[in-house]
Design a protein around this ligand. Structure first.
Ligand code: PLP
Length: 279
């Protein structure tokens, strides 16, 4: 029987599960669906959490993480991969081995800690432990705290952020770019600055900057996961990292605005993905 032609664009997320539905694979799949992309999901860790915070997490056996990814890659042939919470160094190695067979774009959101403060990575040298995944990544999407943790460089102004991003681009020649999200920085300020540092011809780095008003909301659980998934989706839809960056920023802004008055849970609520308005 002839194999039917591939009809839909698809992305595989490799991330942790958040039973409250706000972050992790749940946020990733909602983002893909909202943007018209078929989502697959391989789970790295189960977390026990709600809107009040993360209580604990249980890593999946690395060989089983690998088995999930390999079966999906073989059969579904996703166009892009998005990676979120990895959880342990051994899981990082398992993911990295599976990615050997993948030739598409890999967007990695290097989740190390929940915004409530609970660690989402085993203790130890997280930079060394996630190195094997960064080596297979096309676009890395740290927030400022993650950028600081990964580079051990102070990132308290635009030039220092640029220097840290440059350090990552120099250290990992496989990276096409680094997106730095500023939402968790200077949380009292009225504006947020996000950056895209993109490797250009001759190893020049282009800097794109998106400055947008900070929307007052406590419903921001899972914004990092949602942004990285929106970035991966828009790149798949447009083929452009610049468009993916600006459209991803606008997607998040719209969702934070729409979700700010809706309370789900007693703590920091989630984004309500289906409220997004396509323009
Ligand atoms: N839980 C899981 C499974 C995640 O992947 C993430 C991602 O960042 C978080 C929690 C953290 O979400 P937040 O920083 O919004 O607390």
């Amino acid at each position: 029987m002839p194999v039917p032609e591939k009809q839909n664009k698809s992305i595989l997320t490799i991330a942790g599960s958040d039973p409250s539905g706000g972050a992790g694979i749940q946020a990733d799949l909602k983002t893909f669906t909202t943007l018209g992309i078929y989502g697959c999901a391989a789970i790295t860790c189960l977390t026990a959490q709600n809107s009040l915070g993360v209580k604990s997490y249980l890593p999946v056996a690395p060989s089983f993480v690998k088995e999930q990814i390999d079966l999906v890659l073989e059969d579904m042939q996703p166009d892009h991969i998005k990676i979120g919470m990895v959880g342990t160094g051994d899981i990082a190695v398992a993911i990295s081995e599976s990615l050997d067979k993948f030739e598409g774009v890999v967007v990695y959101d290097p989740v190390l800690k929940a915004s409530s403060g609970h660690s989402l990575f085993e203790s130890g040298d997280s930079t060394a432990l996630v190195k094997s995944v960064i080596e297979k990544t096309t676009i890395l999407t740290p927030n400022i705290k993650e950028l600081q943790a990964l580079t051990r460089l102070e990132c308290n102004n635009d030039e220092r952020i640029a220097r840290a991003a440059q350090y990552l681009l120099d250290t990992f020649p496989n990276l096409a770019g680094v997106v730095v999200t500023g939402g968790h920085f200077e949380e009292e300020s009225d504006a947020i600055t996000d950056f895209l540092f993109l490797r250009d011809i001759g190893d020049q780095v282009i800097r794109e900057t998106a400055i947008h008003p900070r929307i007052k909301s406590t419903n921001t659980h899972g914004t990092g996961c949602t942004f990285a998934s929106a970035f991966a989706s828009y790149h798949l839809l447009t083929g452009s990292y610049e468009k993916a960056f600006y459209k991803g920023v606008a997607f998040l802004e719209d969702l934070i605005k729409k979700s700010s008055s809706i309370s789900i849970g007693k703590g920091n609520g989630p984004l309500i993905h289906h409220l997004f308005t396509h323009t």
